[in-house]
Design a protein around this ligand. Structure first.
Ligand SMILES: [Mg+2]
Length: 158
């Protein structure tokens, strides 16, 4: 299955997801939904979350970060989450899918890093979307350069 590439997580609109039979989104936290250490989503992400909820599409955060960091972001939003998820291992992904009572086929994994988020999603047999980070800096450019040969031939623009 190809890796989809999107510039922004907000491009995954409820209509786009529904058309593809997606009923659940697993999302990485840091630099996918929010900048590092940001304890709340920015306005665009907050609107995207509300639209998903309205459409009945489940959202769960699957992060390798500490419980404390992930809970601080998710609790005020009432979002389910899995911290210390062990990406790029696929086990956390499967656990998240199970908790949401979804199947792998109707779940998509979204993240900003190929070597953790995308590999984990693919191991679990999920569709994957690689997004540009919310805050794009020098390290992003460098990392994407490094990731490119691994993504090549598997990627498709959203
Ligand atoms: Mg990340």
């Amino acid at each position: 299955m190809n890796i989809l590439m999107a510039s922004d997580i907000c491009d995954l609109t409820p209509a786009w997801l529904k058309e593809r039979g997606v009923r659940a989104v697993l999302a990485d936290l840091d630099n996918t939904l929010a900048g590092y250490r940001a304890n709340e989503p920015d306005a665009a992400v907050a609107l995207w979350m509300a639209a998903l909820k309205e459409a009945g599409i489940a959202l769960m955060i699957v992060s390798n970060a500490k419980e404390e960091r992930v809970a601080a972001f998710c609790a005020p939003l009432g979002l389910p989450y899995l911290a210390r998820a062990g990406k790029p291992g696929g086990r956390g992904m499967l656990e998240a899918v199970k908790r949401l009572r979804m199947s792998a086929a109707e779940t998509v994994m979204v993240g900003d890093q190929y070597f953790t988020d995308i590999r984990a999603g693919r191991k679990a047999g999920l569709r994957t979307v690689l997004v540009n980070p919310r805050i794009k800096g020098f390290w992003f450019t460098l990392r994407r350069l490094y990731e490119t040969p691994f993504i090549a031939g598997k990627a498709e623009k959203l």
